[in-house]
Design a protein around this ligand. Structure first.
Ligand code: FES
Ligand code: FES
Length: 162
C-alpha cells in the first residue's frame, strides 16, 4: 500500500517537516526534499556506504531506511557533523580522496569512530570504515587521514577499543 505520510525530523540541528511518499528512501528525503546534497547516492543496496548518515547518533546507510520510518529522529549528514574541519584537513594532507564520491560517507563513519574512540589504531579505523567502499584510493590514504585527524600524524599506535 502506498500513500503520503508527514515526517518530522531534526536535520543537522534544524527542525524539518516533509510530506513523503511511503516508498521514499531516507537518502532521497535528505537530498531531494530537504536539499542536503552532501550525502551521496551510490548503490542503493546498502553495499557502498556513500549514503552514510547518523540517525540518533548511530551510523546508518540512508538508502536502507524508508523516510516514513523517521519520526522525530535526529539525523546528521556530512553538513552537520561537528568538528569536521580536523578530518577535512587530514583528508587533504593525506590525499584521502581522489574522485571524492565516497568521502562524505567515509567522514561520517570516521567522525562516529572518533567520538567513540578518540585515539583509534589503524585496525580500529579499518573496522569502522569496513562498510564504506572506495574505488579510487586503495584505502591506505583514507586510514592514514583518519589516523592523522585523531593523533596529529599518521604513525602507528592507538587503541582498538571502540
Ligand atoms: S547508496 Fe547506500 S550503501 Fe550505497
Ligand atoms: S575517492 Fe573515489 S570512490 Fe573513494
Amino acid at each position: 500500500m502506498t500513500g503520503t505520510i508527514q515526517v518530522r525530523l531534526t536535520l543537522n540541528g534544524e527542525s524539518r517537516f516533509a510530506d513523503v511518499d511511503s516508498r521514499l528512501l531516507l537518502v532521497e528525503l535528505i537530498r531531494d526534499a530537504l536539499d542536503a546534497k552532501g550525502t551521496r547516492v551510490g548503490c542503493l543496496t546498502g553495499d557502498c556506504g556513500a549514503c552514510t548518515v547518523l540517525v540518533d547518533g548511530e551510523v546508518r546507510k540512508s538508502c536502507l531506511m524508508l523516510a516514513a520510518s523517521i519520526s522525530g529522529n535526529d539525523v546528521r549528514t556530512i553538513e552537520g557533523i561537528e568538528g569536521i574541519e580536523t578530518l577535512q584537513e587530514a583528508f587533504i594532507a593525506e590525499n584521502g580522496f581522489q574522485c571524492g564520491f565516497c568521502t562524505s560517507g567515509m567522514i561520517v563513519a570516521a567522525a562516529d569512530l572518533l567520538k567513540r574512540n578518540p585515539l583509534p589504531s589503524h585496525e580500529a579505523i579499518r573496522r569502522a570504515i569496513s562498510g564504506n567502499l572506495c574505488r579510487c584510493t586503495g584505502y591506505e590514504s583514507i586510514v592514514n587521514a583518519i589516523y592523522r585527524a585523531a593523533h596529529g600524524n599518521c604513525l602507528s599506535g592507538g587503541s582498538d577499543d571502540e
